[in-house]
Ligand binder design. Sequence first.
Ligand code: ATP
Length: 155
Amino acid sequence: MKQTLESVTATQQLAAQLAPLLQPGDVLLLTGELGAGKTTFTQGLAHALGIKRYVKSPTFTLIREYQEGRLPLYHMDVYRLENGGGDDLGLEEYFDGDGVSVVEWPQFVADLWPANYLSFDFSRTGDQQRQVQITAQGQRGTALLQALAEVMNGK
Ligand SMILES: Nc1ncnc2c1ncn2[C@@H]1O[C@H](COP(=O)(O)OP(=O)(O)OP(=O)(O)O)[C@@H](O)[C@H]1O
């Protein structure tokens, strides 16, 4: 599914539409070049989950946990693992945990991807405009995408 995001607000609104559909153990993989909107999307998601703390990309810490919302949010940015090293992070425990995992630069830990996920691939199509291609993997991923599509289409 492809969606045009005309502004920062539109990107955050997409995340806000997804947030109520999320369950413990859901995994979101966010790809796209630097500045494509991955962190902006995650900030929208955190806000919609009821997280008030400021969410910034955990490039140096790799993982940040936010426990104060409707569900725990595990925000991972594995950009620094371009040359490997992801095996020791315990990502599987987060993916199977009680919260929602959001992974930026997941291509650097491709061998650790779970069986079910939603993938958001952002690209810059203008100063304020982004495009996102959303795909699903696994039974839960597919169901989640279906539910998101229904909300986006106003059903
Ligand atoms: N439609 C849009 N959606 C998202 N961000 C937008 C949009 N239009 C403009 N922007 C701007 O683009 C930038 C996106 O930065 P952001 O940190 O979210 O990207 P990123 O993909 O996480 O990059 P990085 O990999 O460097 O962390 C922000 O400065 C934001 O204000």
